[in-house]
Design a protein around this ligand. Structure first.
Ligand code: AMP
Ligand code: MG
Length: 349
């Protein structure tokens, strides 16, 4: 494509300032202008960067699918400034959605609800439901409010690839396919939102994420069903595209072996260049292997939220190093690690 690279405009809102600085307001206005003319812009959120278009403009939304190389059968999440905007896109507002919006929005949880006729078919992949989320990033909410329209925004990467957690990742993945990047700094949560289907009783998690099962049960004041046990057991890809088995994958083949130290040793002995994400940096085996020139050890936090926040940025960085293999310690069998485990299973497929 002969198009130029997009401008990257830094946006910020210092905690002490009552209003964003003038340059940030100007950047948001540029973003609004791109949306009004049916263009595409990358936006920061607390989860990952989104590739946004006016959700009510079919042509613009078609541009998202083209830029990402995304199959038309994969519906998009629509981002709203507040619950009122969400209501304007829903045919009805299930009690679970109302409870989640009241208690967990703005935040990293997406509700699936019956869609209103205002939502174009292309957004929902022809389905009768729509995915809605109110992001926690205050400048992205301000952008949506300024634009006065909901934004369809999947992750700002080529289809199936790793999600971007910095503006630079977006530039690398989508470059001249998009019109503008708003750079709000690194994403705080670093993995995609929890998705919960509120059209069924009890509501069911479709994709684990930063908002936990316990958070959801507390918010709705009742039981919440778990997602299907393993990605391979999922049979309805059109309804829940994030459940495709291969997704969220780095370019370098990735695995999570039961005995990572043994596996790394074996790989190095076979002349393989390995990147190893491990939380066990005090381990003498890890220290023993650390002298190998074929091994890049990346110490990872033992806390699941901190691990998630750094995971994609680490995988992006390792992808740049031309390694043959990425090994990740298998996460603990613990509910707190559910979202990370879900992403790693898909990345390893
Ligand atoms: P991404 O492309 O990374 O933003 O992921 C989009 C996510 O939206 C998928 O993981 C789906 O689970 C979810 N999604 C969007 N619309 C729907 C819908 N109508 N029904 C179920 N899931 C949806
Ligand atoms: Mg995605």
């Amino acid at each position: 494509m002969g198009r130029p690279l997009p401008d990257i405009l830094r946006i910020e809102w210092p905690a002490t300032a009552p209003e964003p600085p003038p340059l940030t307001e100007e950047a948001l206005d540029r973003g609004v202008a791109v949306l009004r003319r049916g263009g595409l812009l990358a936006i920061p959120t607390e989860t990952v960067y989104g590739l946004a278009a006016d959700a009510l403009d079919e042509e613009a939304v078609a541009g998202i699918f083209r830029a990402k190389g995304r199959p038309a059968s994969n519906p998009l999440i629509v981002h709203v400034a507040d619950e009122a905007m969400a209501l304007s896109l829903a045919a009805n507002w299930p009690a679970a959605a109302a409870a989640i919006a009241a208690r967990l929005w703005p935040g990293p949880v997406t509700v699936i609800v019956p869609r209103s006729s205002r939502v174009p078919d292309i957004v929902t992949a022809g389905g009768s439901t729509v995915a809605l989320r109110c992001p926690a990033h205050p400048l992205t909410r301000r952008l949506i409010a300024k634009a006065g329209t909901p934004l369809a925004a999947p992750s700002a990467n080529r289809s199936e690839a790793l999600s971007p957690t910095t503006a630079h990742h977006v530039l690398e993945s989508l470059g001249n396919r998009i019109d503008l990047i708003l750079d709000g700094g690194p994403c705080l949560r670093g993995i995609e939102s929890t998705v919960i289907d509120c059209t069924v009783v009890p509501p069911r998690i479709l994709r684990p994420g930063p908002v936990s099962h316990a958070d959801l049960e507390e918010a709705v004041g009742g039981p919440v069903a778990w997602p299907a046990a393993t990605p391979s057991a999922v049979t309805a890809p059109a309804r829940s595209p994030g459940q495709q088995v291969r997704h969220y994958a780095p370019k370098t083949p990735l695995e999570t072996p039961a005995d990572p130290a043994g596996r790394v040793e074996e790989l190095i002995a076979a002349g393989t260049r390995v990147g190893w994400l491990t939380t066990r940096t005090d381990d003498s085996v890890v220290r023993g292997l650390a002298t190998s020139r074929d091994l890049v050890i990346v110490p990872m936090p033992a806390d699941p939220e901190a691990f998630a926040a750094r995971l994609y940025a680490t995988l992006h960085a390792l992808d740049q190093r031309g390694l043959d293999r990425i090994v990740v310690d298998p996460p603990p069998d613990d509910e707190a690690w559910r979202a990370v485990k879900d992403r790693l299973v898909r990345a390893a497929s």
